[in-house]
Design a protein around this ligand. Structure first.
Ligand code: SF4
Length: 384
C-alpha cells in the first residue's frame, strides 16, 4: 500500500530514514499506528502555547496581572482532553496517564519562561506577567504553527514558532525559529538528528525568503527552559538526496538492524523480520526486560490471564517461524490482556509478536505498555 499523494519529506521522516530505511518504509504503509504518552503530552503542551500566543487581549487593562495561570491552564486542559481522545482512538496505545498533567503544567511554564527570556526577562513570577507584557511578546510573533514547504513541494516542516529578534531600539535584527521540545534536554550538545531538523527549518525558510534577515534556529527545551542553537552547514542538498531515496516504492527499502535502530524505538517490528534474525544471531533474543519475541500460543486461561506459549526463532530471513519446544508461561494484564483477547476473538491463528514484554523472569509479563500483534513480517520482496 503505497501512498498516492505527492511525495514530501519532513525532518522526522528524514530522521526515520537515516535511522533505518526499512523503518521509514514501514511507517508509510498504512499499518496500525502506535500512540505514546510522551508524544501526546508534547502535542498538548505545544498547542496550548500556540493558543496562548494567539489569545485576544484587546480591551483588557494593560496593567492587569495574575491572569495567565488561569488562561494557560484552561488552554492546556482543553488540548489535553483533545489529545486524550486522539490517543484512545489510535489502534495501538498503552494506558493514558492522567497524573502526567502536572508535568505538562510544569513544561508549559518552562515554555512561558523561554518566551519571557526572549524579551529579556528572567525569573519573573507568572502572577506578575501583565497583559501589556504578554502583548509585547505577541508583537514579536511572526508565525505560530506554520507549515514550511519548499517551492517545489518536496521538503516540508512544521515550525512551532517564528519570532522576530529585535535590538534595544526595537529594530528587527533577525528571525528566530523556536522549536519547542518537551523531551529530555541535551547533555552538552544537541543530538545530530535534532540539529539536522532545526537546520532544515532554517534552510527552507531561507530558500523561500530571499530577503530574509539572518535566521537562527533553536531547540527550546521546556523541561529546563534551556535554548540550544542549531549549528552547521545548509542541509537542503542532503535533504533532497534523502527525498530522492525515499520516493514511494512497492519493494521495501533496505533494513539496517542493530542496537541503535531496532534497539531504540521502532514501532514496526511486528512487520519486520530483521530485528528477529539480528537478535537471534547475536544471542540476545528473548532476553532482558522490555524485550521482543515471537511465540505460538498453546493455551490461554482467561480467568487467570495466563497463557502457555512456545518460543519461536527465525526459520529463514523472511521471518518464517520455527518453534523451539521451549514452553513459557506469560501473564497478561491491562491493555496487553485486551489486545491478546481481541486477537483471539478475531480468530487469529499462528504466531504472535510480543513487544516490550518483561522477559527477565521465568514467567514473562505482558502489560499495558506492550504490543500484542499478529506476527506478519513483510519479506524483502514486498507484500504479496
Ligand atoms: S525492526 Fe530494526 S531493521 Fe526492522 S524496521 Fe525496525 S529498526 Fe529497521
Amino acid at each position: 500500500m503505497v501512498e498516492g499523494r505527492k511525495h514530501r519529506l519532513s525532518p522526522s521522516a528524514w530522521n526515520r530514514f537515516e535511522t533505518c530505511p526499512r523503518m521509514y518504509w514501514l511507517s508509510r504503509q498504512g499499518l496500525p499506528k502506535k500512540a505514546g504518552m510522551a508524544a501526546s503530552m508534547g502535542t498538548a503542551i505545544h498547542a496550548s502555547i500556540e493558543d496562548l500566543l494567539q489569545i485576544d487581549l484587546s480591551g483588557r487593562e494593560p496593567s492587569e496581572s495574575d491572569w495567565i495561570f488561569a488562561e494557560a491552564n484552561s488552554m492546556l486542559r482543553k488540548r489535553w482532553e483533545e489529545e486524550k481522545e486522539v490517543f484512545h482512538a489510535t489502534p495501538r496505545h498503552p494506558n493514558w496517564k492522567e497524573e502526567k498533567f502536572r508535568e505538562a503544567q510544569k513544561q508549559q511554564k518552562g515554555a512561558i519562561n523561554m518566551l519571557l527570556d526572549h524579551v529579556g526577562i528572567q525569573g519573573l513570577s507568572h502572577e506578575r506577567i501583565t497583559v501589556a507584557l504578554w502583548k509585547k511578546i505577541q508583537s514579536l510573533v511572526i508565525a505560530v504553527e506554520g507549515e514550511l514547504v519548499t517551492e517545489d513541494g518536496h521538503l516540508m516542516g512544521r515550525l512551532d514558532l517564528l519570532l522576530a529578534i529585535v535590538d534595544e531600539k526595537g529594530s528587527l535584527t533577525g528571525w528566530l525559529v523556536a522549536d519547542l521540545k518537551t523531551g529530555r534536554p541535551p547533555r552538552g550538545v544537541l543530538k545530530p538528528e535534532v540539529n539536522r531538523q532545526l537546520r532544515m527549518y532554517r534552510d527552507i525558510l531561507l530558500s523561500n525568503n530571499k530577503t530574509a534577515p539572518p535566521v537562527l534556529a533553536q531547540g527550546w527545551y521546556t523541561d529546563t527552559s534551556s535554548k540550544w542553537d542549531a549549528k552547521g552547514e545548509n542541509v537542503l542538498d542532503s535533504a533532497y538526496e534523502a527525498w530522492n531515496a525515499t520516493k514511494p516504492t512497492q519493494t521495501p527499502l533496505e533494513p539496517t538492524p542493530g542496537q541503535s535502530s531496532c534497539g531504540g524505538f521502532c514501532d514496526w517490528k511486528a512487520w519486520c523480520p530483521h530485528w528477529w534474525s539480528w537478535r537471534y544471531e547475536n544471542k540476545s533474543l528473548h532476553k532482558g526486560d522490555f524485550a521482543d519475541g515471537v511465540v505460538l500460543l498453546h493455551q490461554y486461561d482467561h480467568d487467570r490471564s495466563i497463557a502457555t506459549v512456545e518460543e519461536c526463532v527465525p526459520a529463514n530471513s523472511s521471518g518464517s517461524v520455527q518453534p523451539t519446544g521451549q514452553i513459557r508461561n506469560v501473564t497478561f494484564d491491562g491493555r496487553g490482556k485486551e489486545a491478546l483477547e481481541s486477537l483471539l476473538q478475531d480468530g487469529h491463528q499462528g504466531a504472535i509478536f510480543l513487544g516490550s514484554a518483561m522477559m527477565n523472569r521465568d514467567v514473562w509479563r505482558v502489560g499495558s505498555w506492550c504490543d500484542v500483534l499478529p506476527w506478519a513480517p513483510i519479506p524483502d520482496s514486498g507484500m504479496s
